[in-house]
Design a protein around this ligand. Structure first.
Ligand SMILES: [Zn+2]
Length: 265
């Protein structure tokens, strides 16, 4: 294999490593987002639960107050009934009756208020139950996602360490000026940096290479750039045996060699 072809091969290998690094880094960035969202939802549920508990607490204290007032006044009525027998005259008797009536009226109002309170308490308890069940299933989901995420992050970091070594190794075999061109393009364009030319078309930008450049490319003597997108290019037929797809870029990738071939079928 000529030096030219070896260099191309090594650049493609470097490219493969870089593409995987890009994908993994993107995953590292986006993976925690779902967990963060779940954490937010969960804390909202807890807040809601706190609010309901506060409400229940308040309603219960109101209920207690009413219960106390009702039983106090019931007692008062009982005492008054006993005293009624001892009324010395009609005027006093009527006055005592009126007072009892007033207290009874007040207690009926309290009973109504109490019933409304009990109903509201039931509603709040049902809401509490609902929030608790939803938040516990959310928590389960969150815990699961969190441990999955931790595992995945560990995997990614381990893989990135391996790739980093591979990258250094791959870079060592490429002459510095060629590597410099590769890095220059990599810093300015979306991956991939080095792409095959198929049937005269750059698979980085899908635009035909000018005939003169294509003839140069087929000679396989020096590493060329696509005149349109500036990516490093090679002739696919120089690598007839290993028609491995060039790793595509993460999004909106120009058609890779393989994809183009598949579409042509
Ligand atoms: Zn191009």
């Amino acid at each position: 294999m000529s030096i030219y072809l070896k260099q191309i091969e090594q650049l493609v290998a470097l490219q493969r490593v870089d593409s995987e690094i890009i994908l993994l880094k993107e995953e590292l960035e986006s993976a925690p987002k779902e967990v963060e969202q779940l954490e937010q939802d969960y804390s909202q549920f807890r807040e809601r639960k706190e609010q309901i508990l506060e409400k229940i607490d308040y309603l219960q204290s109101q209920q207690k107050r009413l219960d106390g007032e009702i039983s106090d006044d019931d007692l008062k009525i009982k005492k008054s009934k006993n005293k009624l027998m001892m009324a010395s005259n009609t005027k006093e008797y009527h006055a005592m009756m009126r007072e009892m009536d007033n207290i009874e009226k007040l207690n009926r109002m309290r009973e109504e208020e109490r019933m409304a309170l009990v109903e509201e308490l039931e509603r709040q308890r049902a809401a509490l139950e609902e929030v608790e069940s939803e938040s516990s299933s959310l928590k389960e989901n969150l815990d699961e996602k969190q441990s999955t995420l931790e595992q995945r992050v560990e995997e990614i970091e381990a893989r990135l360490a391996v790739l980093d070594k591979q990258r250094k190794a791959a870079g060592q075999h490429v002459p510095a000026p060629v590597l410099g061109r590769y890095e220059f393009i990599r810093s300015r364009l979306a991956a991939p940096v080095i792409v095959p030319v198929m049937e005269g078309v750059c698979s980085g930008c899908n635009i035909a290479i000018p005939p003169q450049s294509f003839i140069e490319l087929q000679k396989g003597q020096q590493i060329l750039n696509c005149p349109n997108c500036q990516r490093l290019i090679y002739w696919c037929e120089h690598f007839e045996e290993s028609h491995e797809p060039v790793p595509g870029k993460p999004q909106a990738a120009p058609k890779t060699h393989k994809e183009a071939a598949e579409e042509a079928e």
